[in-house]
Design a protein around this ligand. Structure first.
Ligand SMILES: *[C@@H]1O[C@H](CO)[C@@H](O)[C@H](O)[C@H]1NC(C)=O
Ligand SMILES: *[C@@H]1O[C@H](CO)[C@@H](O)[C@H](O)[C@H]1NC(C)=O
Ligand SMILES: *[C@@H]1O[C@H](CO)[C@@H](O)[C@H](O)[C@H]1NC(C)=O
Ligand SMILES: *[C@@H]1O[C@H](CO)[C@@H](O)[C@H](O)[C@H]1NC(C)=O
Ligand SMILES: *[C@@H]1O[C@H](CO)[C@@H](O)[C@H](O)[C@H]1NC(C)=O
Ligand SMILES: *[C@@H]1O[C@H](CO)[C@@H](O)[C@H](O)[C@H]1NC(C)=O
Ligand SMILES: *[C@@H]1O[C@H](CO)[C@@H](O)[C@H](O)[C@H]1NC(C)=O
Ligand SMILES: *[C@@H]1O[C@H](CO)[C@@H](O)[C@H](O)[C@H]1NC(C)=O
Length: 793
């Protein structure tokens, strides 16, 4: 029945933390495991269906990581039950415990999260030393209780018929889960980033004779595979993000090579989400990214199926398609490791969750075809050495996206690009082979594509190396003292710091321009953004600054309420007054009101966006010309027609949004739940679209963090095009991360793909929307040399 292109794939098992639903448990619970996730999971949470639509059929829901001993986790099947009972969603519902073991799951955490929370309250554990002490203290208590219980049982066993013991069985609710762990009835999951945190937990586990089922995140654990393999008595599973990194110090040394390092060391690797920080709907995409970075097809798929099933103690029921196993099966529209792969239907316990019709299930053309979209199973990568050259000739190019109006294709003839000292000497079909050809490095693109340098509208590039580590950051803007006093508006350019790992990572991914506004999680006006070249090493370098004054940035919505402006209406009123009052002045508000620079407002709600459209019209009636840009825009599709009519572009951010907030509840999460996405609708209605660096909202303050995802912009664009059923062409999608942003932001960049210009492009060894293809060449970004075969850390 199923034809080519439609693969039957094991369901995904997601080791997820549904933080949104449980919240971080914030009472003084620093050590005792009194709490259970089961008591706080809402069976009618809409996230369950959205996550299932990404092919996730089972989730381990864990309490958060702010406490050393967070509490008990709960494993659910991701389908609604008629009783609306969380107990009935549990994987252990209806099992016969005489025949089958009913595992329990525990969550613990070490490192920065508990340390930072409790040190801010001047309570133990203020340090890692304190964390280890508290672990030992409570494990010792549990050990003593277990001993007392065993003694009681031994004594009871020796009693004759009529005798009875003078005491009751020793019990302590606070230690009950820990004793169960010591008895081997519990699968322990520990959140640890640093390698030495993992070593500490393995040491403690040996001292108290318990096993660790999984270490979560484990950002640096790839450095200590020997310790994990040899000092622990069981196989510890690493449950990780394959490539999200760098938002906090203990995640700064994350490596894209880690999954393969673990697999090579025979350490099981699972990929996790951190819902809702990272949307669990995209779990298969995590595996696809690991595949891109060199993990083989089998282990990439196992990391979201059989490996987590085993770590949960459920590998006799789930994680593979086998006789007698639960009928949890996902039908994909393309290979699940290909970019933008989407389930057509998800069966959980044999029940189809999305009522997809048989004609769709058997339609082999349901996804627009893309050459080489299916990863080759024997895909092996030759090791390459990253290097630079001053002069290069690029040959065997299939396509060059020059700009909005020009594409050069191999159909026109042999196309090539010649670069020397950062300048394009020739581009196109008529390049003469230079007589001094031996002084150029000849690079075979193997039929690859060339794109203009990608533009990242980013939360922190150039202003913070580690977003949550204040010593590495320019800092957070606080609400301005006098709302109409423009002297308080700051310029990001004054805080620019070049170099560093995040900028290097962006540069190596062909993200050659960064546009960054001052960071602020509270102020309505964040300040003035800058545009600069990501590869530049100093502001005295090779023309690194593109613009010191790109746009005025504001942000509105419920997240930005504070004591000074406690209402969203007050936020809008502040923007209105600031613009109208300054219309005739030579200050930054006046310049924005007259349209000299854009005003970019981060906002999700359709109603708030509508108020801003009204504001744009009002400013016009006063004689101004506001160049309003919407950023975020989760609900922008609902007023696409008005946005187009008033020429208001949208920088969507993230490009695959989830309804995290009340004010973003009308997000379209895409197939198989919604036919179209918000971007599809904006595009259909001729709204100019840009894609910003994916933002992850994090913690109580809704910090918007990048998690190092600037390097994924080309895939964000590819995803949008692959899922639009032909509505959004590949070229349109390339525009969303290049020329459209240039136009929206009014950047005056010299085009990098014309003869005589400063080079500013990225070349791939194939179609960049094929996730198995790699960046081959980076030219520009503030460097004269061309980078060949860049490798991500
Ligand atoms: C450690 O625990 C295992 C069971 O989990 C048990 O068989 C073994 O005897 C224990 N070792 C010690 C030294 O208590
Ligand atoms: C641990 O993994 C190795 C191979 O990676 C396997 O041979 C061994 O059986 C595993 N041990 C357990 C207890 O599962
Ligand atoms: C699927 O179809 C059945 C029968 O037509 C209907 O009862 C059910 O509500 C549908 N389920 C969903 C999730 O749409
Ligand atoms: C199959 O997919 C193609 C391309 O998306 C579409 O045009 C066609 O209508 C689909 N057929 C069915 C039966 O859904
Ligand atoms: C593309 O074409 C349009 C309309 O023909 C023109 O206005 C615009 O300047 C062109 N853009 C570039 C980058 O050539
Ligand atoms: C294009 O390149 C191929 C192989 O390099 C060569 O055989 C062919 O003659 C070239 N065509 C032109 C028009 O230069
Ligand atoms: C090759 O010769 C041309 C013409 O003389 C010159 O412009 C160019 O810089 C030379 N290239 C290299 C890499 O030396
Ligand atoms: C854009 O740059 C060019 C060349 O550097 C310059 O002539 C032109 O005035 C600039 N335009 C704007 C709008 O800044």
């Amino acid at each position: 029945m199923l034809k080519r292109n439609i693969l039957l794939q094991d369901s995904l098992i997601c080791i997820a933390m549904l933080l949104s639903h449980l919240g971080h448990i914030y009472l003084v619970l620093k050590t005792l495991m009194k709490v259970r996730a089961q008591d706080a999971i809402s069976p009618s949470d809409p996230a369950i269906r959205i996550i299932a639509s990404g092919g996730v059929t089972t989730s381990l829901v864990l309490p958060g990581s702010l406490n050393l001993m967070g509490g008990e986790g709960f494993v659910i099947k991701m389908r609604p039950v008629e009783t609306v009972s969380v107990d009935d969603m549990g994987i252990n519902a209806n099992i016969d415990t005489r025949k089958e073991r009913a595992w329990r799951w525990l969550k613990m955490a070490c490192g920065e999260n508990p340390k930072n929370l409790y040190s801010s309250r001047k309570q133990i554990p203020t340090t890692r030393l304190g964390e280890a002490w508290l672990f030992r203290k409570y494990f010792a208590k549990a050990q003593a209780l277990k001993q007392k219980q065993d003694d009681w049982c031994n004594a009871a066993a020796k009693l004759s018929n009529r005798e009875q013991l003078s005491s009751y069985f020793p019990e302590d609710l606070e230690l009950e889960s820990l004793v169960a762990l010591l008895r081997g009835d519990v699968k322990l999951n520990i959140h640890c980033h640093e390698a030495y945190d993992t070593e500490t937990m393995i040491r403690i586990s040996s001292e108290f004779n318990f096993t660790i089922a999984a270490i979560h995140h484990a950002s640096s654990a790839y450095m200590i595979t020997d310790i994990i393999k040899k000092r622990a008595k069981n196989n510890i599973t690493i449950a990780m993000f394959p490539e999200l990194w760098g938002h906090k110090m203990e995640a700064f040394h994350g490596s894209t090579k880690a999954p393969k390092i673990f697999v090579d060391a025979q350490i099981p690797v699972a990929f996790k989400s951190d819902h809702d920080v990272s949307n669990a709907q995209n779990l298969a995409y995590e595996a696809a990214k690991a595949y891109h970075y060199g993990l083989d097809e089998h282990h990439s798929l196992a990391a979201i199926t059989s490996v987590p099933a085993k770590a949960l103690g459920l590998d006799h029921r789930i994680g593979q398609i086998s006789l007698g196993f639960d009928a949890d099966v996902v039908v994909w529209d393309s290979h699940p490791l290909s970019l933008g792969a989407t389930p057509l239907e998800v069966y959980i316990d044999g029940i189809p969750q999305f009522n997809t019709s048989l004609s769709v299930l058997s339609n082999e053309t349901s996804k627009q075809s893309l050459s080489n979209s299916t990863p080759k199973s024997d895909f092996t990568r030759k090791p390459v050495k990253s290097r630079t050259t001053s002069s290069a000739i690029l040959k065997n190019i299939d396509k060059i996206y020059v700009d909005k109006n020009h594409t050069i294709s191999s159909e026109e003839g042999n196309i090539s690009i010649i670069v020397k000292d950062g300048i394009i000497e020739c581009i196109g079909i008529n390049c003469m082979i230079p007589s001094n050809i031996s002084s150029y490095e000849i690079i075979d693109l193997e039929g690859g594509y060339v794109l203009p340098g990608i533009i990242a509208v980013s939360p922190a590039l150039g202003l913070a190396e580690i977003e949550l580590e204040s010593s590495t950051s320019d800092g957070q803007v606080v609400p301005i003292r006098n709302p109409y006093d423009t002297e308080d508006i700051i310029y990001a350019i004054d805080g620019l710091k070049l170099g560093g790992k995040h900028l290097e990572s962006a540069y190596k991914a062909g993200v050659l321009t960064a546009v960054t506004a001052p960071m602020s999680y509270k102020a309505v006006f964040a300040g003035i953004s800058m545009a600069f070249k990501t590869g530049a090493r100093s502001i005295l370098d090779y023309e690194p600054i593109i613009s010191e004054t790109v746009a005025l940035h504001a942000q509105i919505g419920t997240q930005y309420k504070d004591d000074r402006i406690p209402t969203v209406s007050g936020q809008i009123s502040l923007i209105r007054k600031s613009l109208i009052k300054n219309l005739a002045h030579q200050n930054i508000f006046g310049r924005a009101a007259r349209g000299d620079i854009p005003l970019i407002v981060y906002v999700d709600s359709k109603d708030e966006i509508a108020s801003l459209i009204k504001l744009k019209i009002l400013v016009k009636n006063y004689g101004g010309n506001l160049k309003l840009v919407i950023s975020g825009g989760a609900e922008a599709h609902m007023i696409a027609i008005e946005l187009a009519k008033n020429e208001i572009p949208v920088i969507v951010n993230p490009s695959r949004p989830a309804p995290k907030l009340w004010t973003a509840q009308h997000v379209l999460t895409g197939p198989p739940i919604t036919d179209k996405t918000g971007i599809d609708i904006l595009h259909e209605n001729n709204v100019k679209i840009g894609i910003g660096v994916s933002l992850f909202s994090f913690g109580f303050n809704s910090y918007l963090l990048g998690f190092g995802s600037e390097r994924n912009l080309v895939w964000d664009a590819g995803w949008v095009s692959r899922n639009s059923k032909g509505l959004i062409s590949q070229k349109d999608a390339v525009g969303f991360i290049t020329w459209n942003l240039e136009e929206i932001l009014g950047l005056n960049m010299s085009n990098g793909l014309l003869k005589g210009n400063i080079a500013n492009f990225v070349a791939y060894n194939g179609n960049p929307f094929d996730i198995s293809k790699k960046v081959k060449i980076v030219a520009g970004g503030g460097r004269r040399d061309v980078l060949i075969d860049p490798e991500q850390d």
